[in-house]
Design a protein around this ligand. Structure first.
Ligand code: GDP
Ligand code: MG
Length: 175
C-alpha cells in the first residue's frame, strides 16, 4: 500500500522475447505468486498491474505481456512505444532464444523510446543442468547495451522481485 505523502510513480512496462521463455510465468509469479508447469501460450497480449513500495516511492507497474510468436511481431511496437521499461526475456537453456533476445534489443534501440529502460532477463535459472547461455554472455551483452541484467526463475521465484525492484529504483532515480 502507498504510504501517505509518499510519491507514486505509474509507468508502463512491456515484456518481449521468444515464445516459451517464461514471460507470462514471470508476470504471474510477480503479480500473483503463482507458477504453472503447463502455462497456456499468450494470445496477442495480456495486461497486469502490480504495486511495489520502495523506500523512496511507490511504483505502480502497468505490465503488457506480449506473445512471442512471429505472427504477432507487427503488434509489438504498439506495446513498446510509450513504455518506460522493456524487459527482454530469454531462456538460459536455449541459445536460440538468446539470439532472438539480441534482435529484440536491436529493434528497441532503433524504434523504442529515447528514455526506455531496458532489462535483459535470463529466465529458467533452475534449469542449470541444461544451461546453453552462460551468465557472463548475458551480462556482457547487457553491459554493452546499457541494460540491467538478471537471471530469474519463475518456477522457484529466484530474483523475480529483484527484477522489478531494480526497474522501479531506476525509474525513481531517472524519471
Ligand atoms: P511465454 O510464452 O514466454 O509467456 O512463456 P510461458 O510463461 O508460457 O512459459 C512457457 C513454459 O515454460 C511453461 O511450460 C512454463 O511452465 C515454463 N517456465 C516458465 N518459467 C520457467 C522457469 O523459470 N523454470 C522452468 N523450469 N520452467 C519455466
Ligand atoms: Mg506468454
Amino acid at each position: 500500500m502507498a504510504k501517505p505523502g509518499n510519491k507514486i510513480i505509474q509507468a508502463k512496462l512491456v515484456l518481449l522475447g521468444d515464445m516459451g521463455t517464461g514471460k507470462t510465468s514471470l508476470v504471474l509469479r510477480f503479480v500473483k505468486g503463482q507458477f504453472f508447469d503447463n502455462q497456456e501460450p499468450t494470445i496477442g497480449a495480456a495486461f497486469f498491474t502490480q504495486i511495489l513500495s520502495l523506500a523512496e516511492a511507490t511504483v505502480k507497474f502497468d505490465i503488457w505481456d506480449t506473445a512471442g510468436q512471429e505472427r504477432y511481431h507487427s503488434l509489438a511496437p504498439m506495446y513498446y512505444r510509450g513504455a518506460a521499461a522493456a524487459v527482454v526475456v530469454y531462456d538460459i537453456s536455449s541459445m536460440d532464444t538468446f539470439t532472438r533476445a539480441k534482435k529484440w534489443v536491436q529493434e528497441l534501440q532503433r524504434q523504442g523510446n529515447q528514455n526506455l529502460v531496458m532489462a535483459l532477463v535470463g529466465n529458467k535459472s533452475d534449469l542449470e543442468a541444461k544451461r546453453e547461455v552462460e551468465t557472463e554472455e548475458g551480462d556482457q551483452f547487457a553491459q554493452e547495451n546499457g541494460m540491467l541484467f538478471i537471471e530469474t526463475s519463475a518456477k522457484t521465484s529466484q530474483n523475480i522481485n529483484d527484477l522489478f525492484y531494480e526497474i522501479g529504483k531506476f525509474w525513481i532515480h531517472n524519471i
